[in-house]
Design a protein around this ligand. Structure first.
Ligand code: G3P
Ligand code: CA
Length: 243
C-alpha cells in the first residue's frame, strides 16, 4: 500500500514548516517531512529556505540570526493558502519533536545542508530525537547533500536514510546502496517506471516529492512508488477516495 507523507506539514492549509501545518497533517498521513537548519546560536530550527525572506516578515540568512531574533518573525506573514493562522513563529526542532513524539507518525527530517554545511547538524538532530524518545523506526533522515547521508549512517546505522534527487536519475539505486540508504526521494517529475523497478529490485524504496495534484498522485501510484510527499494529503486522499 502506498504511503502518504505531508510535505512541510499540511503546507497548502497552513504556513509551511510551522507547528500548525505539522499538527494539521497528523491525522491524514503516515509521515511528515520538514526541513532543519541551524540558527546563529546553534539551535535547530524548522524552515525551508536558507533565508527567512520568502516565508516571514524578516530578512537575512537563518544562520546569521539568533533563535531570539528568529522567534520575533511571523512565519505566517507571506502565507497565501486556504486558511490557518496569520501569525505564527518558526518552530525549533525541539518544538516539533515535542509535538510529534506522542504520535505514531514517521518523521522525515530533511537536513538542509545543501549549500551551507552546518557542521554538526546531523549529530545534533539525532541527539534531539533521542532526547524526545523517538524510536529509530519512526525516523527517516533525508538530504540533497549525500555527505549528510553518509554522516548519519556513520553516527547511527540503525537510522533510515534517504537520498534526495532533484534531477533525472541515473541508477539512483546504486548510489543508495553505496551510501547504505534505504530509499530514494526523487522529484516526482523525474521518475520513470524503470527507475522504480530497478530500485525495488535492489530493495530500495521510492518516495517522490512533490506531486502537485491528485492526478499527479494517481500517476505516481501507477508507477508503483512507495510513498508520495505532498502539500495537501487530506484533499488528495479525499479526491482519490482513499481513507
Ligand atoms: O524532502 C522532499 C522535498 O522537501 C525536497 O525538496 O526543496 O521541498 O525541500 P524541498
Ligand atoms: Ca524539504
Amino acid at each position: 500500500m502506498m504511503r502518504w507523507f505531508a510535505h512541510r506539514g499540511a503546507s497548502d492549509q497552513f504556513p509551511e514548516n510551522t507547528l500548525e501545518a505539522i499538527e494539521a497533517a497528523i491525522p491524514f498521513v503516515d509521515g511528515i517531512e520538514f526541513d532543519v537548519h541551524f540558527s546563529r546560536d546553534g539551535v535547530g530550527v524548522i524552515i525551508h529556505d536558507e533565508t527567512v525572506n520568502r516565508t516571514t516578515d524578516g530578512t537575512g540568512r537563518v544562520v546569521d540570526l539568533t533563535l531570539a531574533e528568529l522567534k520575533q518573525l511571523n512565519a505566517g506573514a507571506r502565507f497565501k493558502g486556504s486558511g490557518g493562522p496569520v501569525r505564527t513563529t518558526i518552530p525549533t526542532l525541539d518544538e516539533v519533536l515535542a509535538l510529534l513524539a506522542p504520535t505514531s507518525v514517521i518523521l522525515n527530517i530533511e537536513l538542509k545542508t545543501d549549500t551551507i554545511r552546518y557542521p554538526g547538524l546531523e549529530a545534533y538532530t539525532l541527539e534531539r530525537c533521542r532526547a524526545y524518545g523517538i524510536a529509530s523506526d519512526r525516523l527517516i533522515f533525508s538530504s540533497f547533500n549525500h555527505y549528510s547521508i553518509a554522516t548519519v549512517r556513520e553516527l547511527d546505522p540503525a537510522i533510515e536514510t534517504a537520498i534526495l534527487f532533484p534531477y533525472p536519475l541515473y541508477h539512483p539505486e546504486q548510489q543508495a546502496k553505496q551510501l547504505g540508504a534505504k530509499a530514494i526521494h526523487p522529484d516526482y517529475r523525474r521518475v520513470t517506471r524503470d527507475d522504480v523497478i530497478l530500485a525495488h529490485q535492489a530493495g530500495i524504496e521510492v518516495r517522490v516529492y512533490t506531486p502537485k495534484t491528485a492526478a499527479d498522485v494517481k500517476q505516481m501510484m501507477a508507477l508503483g512508488v512507495d510513498a508520495v510527499i505532498v502539500n495537501d494529503p487530506k484533499t488528495f486522499k479525499a479526491s482519490l477516495s482513499i481513507h
